[in-house]
Design a protein around this ligand. Sequence first.
Ligand code: IMP
Ligand code: MG
Length: 482
Amino acid sequence: MSIKTILPDRGVVAIVGLQWGDEGKGKIVDLFAQWADMVARGTGGANAGHTIVVEGVSHVFHLVPSAILRDADGVTNVIGQGVAFDPAIMLDELAELDRLQVSYRNLRISRNAHLVLTQHLILDQLRELKSGNAKIGTTGKGIGPTYSDHVGRIGLRVADLLNLDAFRAKLVHNLESKWAELQASPDLVKQVMRANTRLSPFWDDREMISVDVILSVYTEFGQRLRPLIADTESLVSQAVADGKRVLLEGAQASLLSIDHGIYPMVTSSDSTIAGLANGVGLLGSQVDKVYGIVKAPFMTRVGSGVFPTELGPAEDEVFADADINSQDPFEQCVAIRTIGNEYGSTTGRPRRIGWLDLPLLRHALRSGGDELILTKVDVMDECAEIKICTHYIYRGPDYDLGDQVLKPGDEVLVAFGDDALMQEMEPVFSTFNGWQQNLTDMRASGQLPAKLLRIIRFIEEKVDRRVAVVSVGPDREQTVVL
Ligand code: IMP
Ligand code: MG
């Protein structure tokens, strides 16, 4: 069955990750983009990463929307106001598209998107260096400081690049709030600068961020981007009013949401459907259908923070030939990482690996997700025993939640959005026989092994959502519609 059979004739469809990112949203966006007239991003920034395949060769992009290959067919790609926009990275990616002869003439960038500037990149990395064990493990792309300035009301936005005087005034005002923090750690700042040669032109001989260099370099960036800068909020609303097919492309995922994730080990935008809709200028109620992407029956995380079902540390240990059926969870985790090629697309970090966690999924679904799409299922083809975490047993001391007191030994069905509290949860698993069959050539639901269908039904029943699609490989064709 083709994917088009499950998509509506018109309206707004969204794709949102329901775990810690890297669920394989890019492939699903690419697939759904075959349906869309417009594809819009509304959250995150260059912390995201997705692979675009041009003539059989994979290229990793961060800011360019995943559906850019459909530009030539007249599809409009939008970078919405909610995106943390790094003009330097954007221009690099556009140069790469030029080199690959991929058109982007229908790409539009919101004039209201907040800018990632030199100070945000330095501060992101500086704060991580300073926080030792409490570090979040950010991608170092300036995301946290950019959104902090946004809500701190000292941010700069894309249209500022086009207006020199306004840009200067806002930049000077913004930097006033940064000096004390930068001057308090001169050695660490030097360490950051040494690690990022791209930043050094903006750092003058008085060891200050150079306003003049930023102004001259970034206003030039602004002129180059000018043909793409627009009132995208109106473009998106108009497309919806005209009955176009609009696809919203989520970045990161619900458990990383600043508002609904497992705080504070989160990113700095609301990566649920609410933030995504808002970030392109729509109301959540204008979204007709939200597909929640779930890696299953294993899941991954990059960066720090709780991971109740984690199999082993995120280290690339050398196992000559790691066995996915090893009794040693660490070896099993290395095997899954190798088969699934689970390395961060933005940072290259090995991803942490664990079993599918239903309490976390139930938590994520509270902030949206009408139907589920399971991805990377084929990674577990050879696994003899599949485990799924159904609930937790709370192992910490009495913990007062206001309307509820958690007590040691309590059963917990829905995860809590608090990293420290979640550290006290012991996962309880249900065990299933693996299907031990190659899924990668299957295209129809009737071909799926009964043992896999049993697992899918179990997930559906436990989280009260239908599984609409199962992805059995990276290619567009390797997709089974249920
Ligand atoms: P930041 O978004 O760079 O501030 O990083 C905050 C947390 O979100 C870290 O744990 C990152 O590893 C994680 N993160 C940010 N973007 C992504 C993504 O696209 N995929 C997976 N994890 C991400
Ligand atoms: Mg990604």
